[in-house]
Ligand binder design. Structure first.
Ligand code: NAP
Length: 286
């Protein structure tokens, strides 16, 4: 039976690994900080001491890590994925990173005969739990085909976007738009509150017209309840805006709105809100 690995048991990784286990796949886990796998072990997961040990044991290893630095460390670091990459081994990285990070990992793995797929996801904690993510894969087609039954347990829409880098860029564009939407939403609510409007009325009116969308509905309910339990950490939203601005720099594409939005999120991080949900941006604007 094919063996599967999962590296990175944060908000998203834990939910995704759980879905693989519940679908009956044998999964070997690793997380940098120990002690996060108890529930998954009860579902039948086994633990390995390093990313290399997972890779050595598994045919296909998945990863869901914080950012480009984490993705590089887990691949290139001591006892990293690369150390155990041999012919035909598959590595599928769901982390949101820049195209260059993804391409560097791809080049290193394929030089050793391995296969690589970038597969950043759109959708947050709840879609991860429900297996309804949108998966933006790109890279090795044979690995995509082999991993597809697993990906179908994680996502409701699974795309193959061509060469490595396209998935990373697509994800950055999507999240840049989401960050801008959330910032405009929070500013509008803050202005409404100052102007003595009822926040529930604003949400109701938005939801009745052309601006109705699941993001405003979900985050609006949290803001109204003054509850910011973390689905998508604010620090990761700011990281994605940073990646978008970097891509804009490289391509000489002006991104004035995104630059301003990034400053808002940077300020929120400095205010100590990095670990809270990205909707906590509202706290800095009201
Ligand atoms: P998270 O809860 O912060 O988890 C991050 C994971 O990365 C943890 O397992 C963490 O390990 C690991 N990590 C961080 N730095 C590391 C390093 N240097 N070496 C090894 N492991 C490291 O984040 P998340 O919300 O699950 O998000 C994961 C990725 O998915 C991010 O790229 C994020 O942008 C993206 N994403 C998130 C969402 C969302 O709604 N949450 C949605 C779509 C995409 P420790 O436990 O040791 O800290």
């Amino acid at each position: 039976m094919k063996q599967f690995g999962f590296l990175g048991l944060g908000i998203m990784g834990t939910a995704m690994a759980r879905n693989l286990l519940q679908a009956g796949y044998p999964v070997t886990l690793w997380n940098r900080t120990p002690g996060k796998s108890g529930e998954l072990e009860q579902l039948g997961a086994t633990l390995a001491p390093t990313p290399a040990a997972v890779m050595a044991r598994c045919d296909i290893t998945f990863a869901m890590l914080a950012d480009p630095a984490a993705a590089r460390e887990v691949c290139f670091g001591d006892d990293g994925v690369l150390a155990a990459t041999t012919t035909r081994k598959g590595y599928v990285d769901f982390s949101t990173v820049d195209a260059a990070t993804s391409q560097d990992i791809s080049a290193a793995l394929t030089a050793r005969g391995g296969r690589y797929l970038e597969a950043p996801v759109s959708g947050s904690k709840k879609p991860a739990e429900e297996g309804s993510l949108i998966i933006l894969a790109a890279g090795d087609r044979s690995l995509f085909d082999e991993a597809l039954p697993c990906l179908e347990k994680l996502g409701k829409k699974i795309l193959h976007l061509g060469a490595v880098g396209n998935g990373a860029r697509m994800k950055i564009v999507v999240n840049m738009i989401m960050g801008g939407m959330l910032a405009a939403f929070c500013e509008g609510l803050a202005l409404g509150e100052k102007g003595e409007l009822n926040l529930a009325d604003i949400l109701d009116i938005l939801d009745a017209g052309a601006l109705a969308n699941p993001l405003f509905r979900l985050k609006g309910a949290g803001i109204l309840a003054d509850s910011y339990s973390t689905a998508f950490p604010l620090k990761h939203m700011q990281k994605d805006l940073r990646l978008a601005l970097d891509l804009g720099d490289r391509l000489a594409q002006p991104l004035p709105c995104t630059a301003a939005v990034n400053e808002l999120f940077k300020g929120a991080r400095r205010a100590g809100l990095g670990e809270e949900d990205f909707s906590a941006l509202f706290k800095t604007l009201r």
